[in-house]
Design a protein around this ligand. Structure first.
Ligand SMILES: Nc1ncnc2c1ncn2[C@@H]1O[C@H](COP(=O)(O)OP(=O)(O)OP(=O)(O)O)[C@@H](O)[C@H]1O
Ligand SMILES: N[C@@H](CCC(=O)N[C@@H](CS)C(=O)NCC(=O)O)C(=O)O
Length: 681
């Protein structure tokens, strides 16, 4: 993490930026946008994903400039259970004071003690200074020819004490930062992990409706929001309150209550002024950030379409469109800067007026002989010191508001209940080669109310048998698999595995017993070895190789320069469709479940590879129950039974031969049309 300061701006940037963009010294320049674009091209991200996103973390007194003051719920969650401030406070309390973590508690106590010590030392600085001045003054008034050695020693000692108190105050507050950093980081980690687990617990329906990028941003911003609020409280708000009360106490005690009233009144006026102006100027920052994003998106979109721009000679048009957004940014940015100047000036004026007033009051008392010059220095020092942390009050206020919004969005996410749950004290499902039957009993299912995808569907796959499901595109074949895996719940009817209803058994055990090769194989941004081993992360290397061999992948992998360590790229982009499919097959083989499901597992393969894989699959499915969904009927001719799906029901069933013999059967029609196509090829 490093802090970048640009004129009056502070940016906190994580080293581990997800898209590894370059930071130029002119962040707002085209260079910055171009580095975004490079990142987008490389990682195949959409322009929406790659907005420059400085991270919200208080590093001393610097704050995240991107805060917009907008309610940025990009997850589109239904607010059925509104998260209140009380809920958020309670949750934050659990992170800062975790029952089971004495280390975090000790750190919080240590940070608070350091905070108090630092503030006591800090407030004693003007006090010590006053004593040095008064001692000098007394010596001066005595008009001694040679300075008294005792006075010299006393003054020197006091001034050394002054230096030590200053250094000590700073040292203790730095130590407090260091001690608390772990608490903040620990809470970020815990929260992010909890939300991540929660997201994996939510059902597929939730994820299909959500933008993954928005979800990850929610975790990111929400957890950092918590850390920000905690840190801002400990580093800024609480210390300032503490200092204010100490200053008021000292002033009331040593100078009189009217002095404390001036100090308190000044801080109150300053706070009201700062909050009001910050509220007013937040809209300029909102516009500025919006224009910034818009310009970024335009530049990305235009450069992604580089060739199209050239084909139609529209460079000038593109530049003008880009400039429109830059112009908006320029205007908003100017307003932000001028309003910042007004805020800074106003804040300064309030404190300067207070300083003058309090010094005039002291000067009068000095004239009356009721106060000393040292007192003048002290009141000046106390008030001046108080103004330092308040110099960022506006930013802190704005950021806290934003952090609270981000936290609320995240907590809202945590309140979403998964629809597919483990039934209470559900028994685990035990599937063996002998009982691994699958049956659908009058299953009806609709994704959207009123649109039946499956309609009273019934079939049974006996243990150890290999069934195929064929049917037109969109007839509901993949839906059958989703229901079997309990990604969705049927609207009516029952699905049984090994004689047990899938909704009555422990979800994890159900899923452990079914290995699926999905229609679209998506891979992790990791090595090919890891991607295959994902089927069973505990499997020894030899088993991984064996699975790869069965999936006809081993030889190809060995011929690659990096062999099994070859990185497959994001989502497996560096592999061909067929290779990805074979990885998915190898994974499923490695999972070694009694039930195997292939959802068009060989659709991206050429016929030679397909044939050899089919042989391998024949081996893999031996003694297991399997369902094979296929478009290419040549791959299912050897299945024990083929089910033809139409309008959510099984309309024909039988072996390949039996189906061909049914006069006018749909299957025969499909078979003939595919034979015709193959003959033509
Ligand atoms: N999450 C969803 N929300 C709404 N409708 C959906 C959803 N998923 C699938 N559908 C619809 O359900 C129908 C069945 O989809 P399914 O993926 O099961 O078909 P399929 O037979 O496997 O098709 P294909 O052979 O093209 O893969 C399709 O009309 C599809 O548009
Ligand atoms: N004195 C002001 C400004 C403090 C300041 O300079 N904040 C930094 C953030 S560390 C900044 O860049 N502010 C820009 C802005 O507020 O527009 C306040 O109280 O908010």
């Amino acid at each position: 993490m490093f802090v970048l300061r640009l004129s009056s701006r502070c940016w906190t940037i994580p080293w581990s930026s997800r898209i590894g963009m370059r930071y130029s010294s002119t962040l707002k320049s085209t260079h910055f946008l171009l580095s975004n674009i490079r990142a987008s091209g490389k990682y195949g991200m959409s322009s929406r994903d790659i907005r420059f996103k400085p991270v919200l973390l208080p590093v001393r007194t610097c704050f995240h400039p991107g805060a917009t003051g907008l309610a940025r719920d990009e997850t589109g969650l239904k607010k059925d259970k509104e998260v209140t401030g009380k809920d958020m406070l309670k949750t934050m309390g659990e992170y800062i004071w975790p029952r089971d973590n004495p280390e975090v508690k000790t750190r919080v106590v240590a940070a608070l003690s350091l905070l108090v010590t630092a503030k006591v030392l800090n407030t004693s600085v003007p006090f010590i200074f006053k004593h040095a001045i008064d001692t000098l003054n007394t010596a001066n008034t005595l008009n001694l020819d040679t300075p008294d050695a005792a006075v010299v020693t006393l003054v020197s000692a006091t001034l050394i004490g002054y230096g030590m108190a200053r250094a000590g105050a700073l040292g203790f507050s730095e130590l407090r930062n260091a001690v608390f950093a772990r608490v903040a980081q620990h809470s970020i980690r815990k929260i992010a992990q909890n939300v991540f687990r929660h997201l994996h617990n939510l059902d597929l329906a939730f994820h299909l409706n959500r933008q993954t990028g928005a979800l990850s941003k929610t975790i990111d911003r929400g957890s950092r929001g918590i850390s920000f609020v905690l840190s801002a409280m400990l580093f800024n708000i609480v210390p300032t309150f503490l200092e204010l009360s100490m200053v008021c106490g000292i002033l009331a005690y040593s100078c009189g209550p009217q002095y404390a009233a001036v100090a308190f009144g000044t801080v109150a006026t300053y706070t009201v002024f700062t909050l009001a102006i910050t509220q007013w100027r937040t809209k300029f920052r909102v516009h500025m950030n919006k224009a910034d994003n818009e310009a970024g998106n335009k530049a990305v979109d235009s450069l992604i379409n580089y060739e199209t721009v050239k084909y139609f000679n529209n460079e000038d048009y593109e530049a003008k469109q880009y400039d429109k957004s830059l112009q908006k940014y320029e205007t908003a940015s100017l307003k932000t800067s001028t309003s910042l100047a007004a805020l800074n000036f106003g804040q300064n004026a309030i404190f300067s007026a207070a300083l003058s007033a309090i010094m005039v009051m002291t000067a009068r008392e000095i004239m009356n002989g009721t106060m000393t010059v040292g007192d003048l220095v002290m009141v000046n020092g106390l008030l001046f010191q108080l103004s330092v942390p308040l110099g960022f009050l506006g930013s802190v206020y704005r950021e806290i508001r934003q952090a609270l919004i981000d936290m609320q969005v995240m907590f809202q996410l945590m309140t979403v209940d998964p629809k597919i749950k483990n039934p209470d004290s559900a028994p685990p499902l035990y599937v063996t080669a002998e009982n691994a039957a699958i049956s659908f009993e009058n299953v009806t299912f609709e994704y959207i109310h009123g649109q039946k995808i499956l309609n009273q569907l019934s079939f049974t796959v006996p243990p150890g048998k290999n069934y195929a499901i064929v049917g037109g595109s969109g007839s509901g074949k993949s839906t059958i698999i989703r229901l079997l895996y309990r990604m969705f719940e049927p609207t009516s009817g029952d699905i049984k595995v090994a004689g047990k209803s899938v909704s009555s058994v422990e979800l994890e055990s159900l899923r452990k017993n079914i290995a699926i090769v999905p229609q679209d194989s998506v891979l992790f941004h990791n090595s090919i070895k890891h991607n295959i081993a994902y089927g069973n992360l505990a499997a020894p290397e030899q088993d991984v190789f064996k699975a790869a061999r069965m999936a006809e992948l081993h030889q190809s992998i060995l011929s690659w320069p990096n062999g099994y360590d070859t990185q497959v790229g994001e989502r497996g982009l560096k592999l061909s469709g067929g290779e990805k499919q074979r990885v998915a097959i190898a994974r499923a083989i490695l999972k070694d479940s009694p039930i195997l499901v292939f959802d068009e597992a060989t659709s991206s393969l050429d016929s030679i590879t397909e044939n050899s894989i089919m042989k391998a699959l024949g081996q893999a499915t031996k003694g297991r129950t399997s369902i094979c969904i296929a478009h290419r009927l040549s791959t299912v001719v050897n299945c024990d039974e083929i089910l033809v799906l139409e309008k959510g029901r099984v309309t024909e069933r039988g072996t390949h031969q039996q189906l061909l013999e049914i006069p006018g059967s749909k299957y025969a029609e499909l078979w003939d049309s595919q034979q015709y196509v193959e003959d033509k090829q």
